[in-house]
Design a protein around this ligand. Structure first.
Ligand SMILES: [Zn+2]
Length: 286
């Protein structure tokens, strides 16, 4: 009988410890709205915090994402939530407001870059923006955890060094891409093309696709003819959004030897920001 009581006691203690551990781990977990920002944040905080993205793979279109109750609860306990902003992940704002945790949110568009809604929201395609985000994350965590400031600083400097490699690569590639032209199926790679000196020829069409409206027949015809006449060097396609029209354009591009570059809006599972950007740059370099 005594032994049984003893066992029950141990079980209780174990259950209590499990709950307690769980609580500290969610409290310490920093969240990012998409997996794009996982690496920039994790590289700064290292082992001091867990980091988890809400949107984890390319199977979800962030533009159409709706948070579940589970996600809302998860966010409510986070010490920091890193968002893209500019309308890209607005759903996070409602949760943040409902929980009165505005101070725990860091939005790249608004808080870091001070841009307004209406600017192109695919901000991570500009490496410089991600460098600025890393700096803000470093400043935020150093403020709330002053004891580890030195570690965060070291991590921040190391990550910037890594991102500098992307910037150098862009400058190198730009020597051959500067002045080239592209059609894009979505305004996704806007900043990247800008940094590579590539001119976008069809902003109308891309905007319509992203807004979920039908592109005008005139726009589609113009692109078809442009591809046939080799008026552009690239057709840049968002792999996460397809439609009959886009498939047709891809076919025409293939038939006319226009280089097609496929991109994704979020990162494939187990690929970090650096590798994602580096792989994309390789596609332009070849
Ligand atoms: Zn998009």
């Amino acid at each position: 009988m005594k032994r049984k009581k003893y066992l029950i006691g141990i079980l209780f203690l174990a259950a209590f410890l499990l709950v307690a551990c769980n609580r500290t781990s969610t409290e310490k977990k920093i969240l990012t709205t998409t997996n794009t920002y996982y690496e920039p944040v994790k590289s700064i905080v290292g082992k001091k915090y867990e980091v988890e993205p809400i949107i984890k793979s390319t199977s979800v279109d962030p533009h159409d994402f709706k948070p579940t109750t589970k996600v809302s609860k998860q966010i409510a306990g986070a010490p920091l939530v890193v968002a893209n902003g500019l309308g890209y992940d607005d759903w996070v704002n409602d949760i943040v407001e409902a929980n009165n945790m505005q101070d725990s949110k860091l939005s790249l568009g608004e808080d870091v870059l001070h841009q307004k809604q209406g600017s192109n929201e695919h901000l991570w395609f500009k490496v410089d923006n991600v460098k600025k985000l890393s700096k803000s994350v470093y400043e935020r965590v150093s403020e709330s955890d002053k004891l580890n400031k030195k570690t965060y600083k070291r991590n921040y400097q190391a990550y910037i060094k890594k991102l500098d490699k992307l910037t150098d690569k862009e400058q190198q590639i730009r020597q051959t891409t500067n002045g080239k032209k592209a059609y894009i199926t979505e305004p996704l790679p806007y900043y990247l093309l800008q940094d590579l000196g590539i001119k976008v020829q069809d902003s109308h069409f891309a905007k319509a696709i992203e807004d979920g409206t039908d592109p005008s027949i005139k726009d589609v015809q113009e692109i078809q003819t442009g591809l046939k006449d080799n008026k552009v060097d690239y057709l840049v396609v968002n792999k996460q959004v397809t439609s009959g029209v886009i498939k047709k354009l891809v076919k025409t591009a293939k038939e006319n030897n226009v280089k097609i570059i496929y991109l994704t809006e979020t990162l494939p599972r187990s690929v970090g920001y650096y590798k994602y950007m580096n792989d994309i740059l390789d596609k332009f370099a070849n």
